[in-house]
Design a protein around this ligand. Sequence first.
Ligand code: PLP
Length: 387
Amino acid sequence: MNMTVDTGCDALFNNYGLRQLSIVRGEGAYLYDEEGRRYLDFTSGIAVCNLGHAHPGLSAVIAKQAATLLHTSNLFFVPGQAELASKLAKLADLGEPTKAMFVNSGTEANEAALKLARRYQTVAKHRPEKTRLLSLPNAFHGRTMGALSVTPKVAYHEGFAPLVPNCVTPATLADVISAVDDSVAACIVEVIQGEGGVHPFDKAFLAALADKLRVHEALLIVDEVQTGVGRTGTFFAYEQLGLQPDIITMAKGLGNGMPVGAVIARAGVADAFTPGAHGSTFGGNPLAMAVANYVVDTVSAPAFLDNVQRLGSALERILRNSVKGVSGRGLMWGFDVADAGQFLSRAREAGLLVTQCSSTRVRILPPLTIDNKIVAEFAELLSKVLD
Ligand SMILES: *Cc1c(COP(=O)(O)O)cnc(C)c1O
């Protein structure tokens, strides 16, 4: 069997390099390649397909909406946006009336959040000097110029300078807190860094940061693009850390594969986007809203989230018994290996798909709909890979 399928194509940009596998079909937690080989998918399309692949309820919603109305643009009111915004406002619980707007990806959600923070400070609050945007060491917030400017990974910056001015990533967490002063518009934070290695921050650090931001009237933006939509066992990961963000960004799991992102903010902040201040042609289109409403209804059910917590604990126990450097929450875990590239190939050969976040760190992100049987199957495959 030839495991290194050359899926290259001369007509494609090479920005993803050569892929090892070509997937043509999915069902639940399984993916199938062109030769019909089956893989247990512990990537979920990078925390996207939280309900698994080809989910029958979701497929029906898509088919129905596709036969009704795909897109109108924001020239017209989209009822699904109002419905979804109300649900997200209730789930976010930001301590005052809360609003949402819709975009198409995580980077776009963050881009909008950064623009909103600057506009709130400089226009709504009349503080023209308050424009600095802080981010954390090891953060990942996306690839557009704004999101990239708060993503400190040097390799991602190469060849793209100059980035957006007044974006600062201090070297250490203590330096981040020291850097908060009256010039800061906002600080953007992932409460568990996904690309950064699945490391949850500790409660005391986040509380100290939130306090200092409050003192200086700077906004707290929580990037829930990867951790949101039930991934960590609560609808949002920040709920477990006693935080109250001013702005939340979401994407990945919100559409289960249909591109959709959201920016949620308390009304006092959201209202800085007056008519015409920001927009998107596709953002919040009827198809994306039908899908996201279905996903949010399904995932926010208490029994669904309980199951994520229960299976998450089972998975954690398996990992702690077999590998080192285990960290994460819910169904989002990272662990150390000697060579992540080699681990991924061995896993693929065994029929298990996982992702890496560095040359020595592996990340698993199973669909949230898995059961005990799948957790047992994972344990068996993992022991084969480690053998
Ligand atoms: C994936 C990710 C993004 C970027 O989202 P895209 O949809 O790829 O643009 C931003 N923030 C976090 C935390 C992410 O994991």
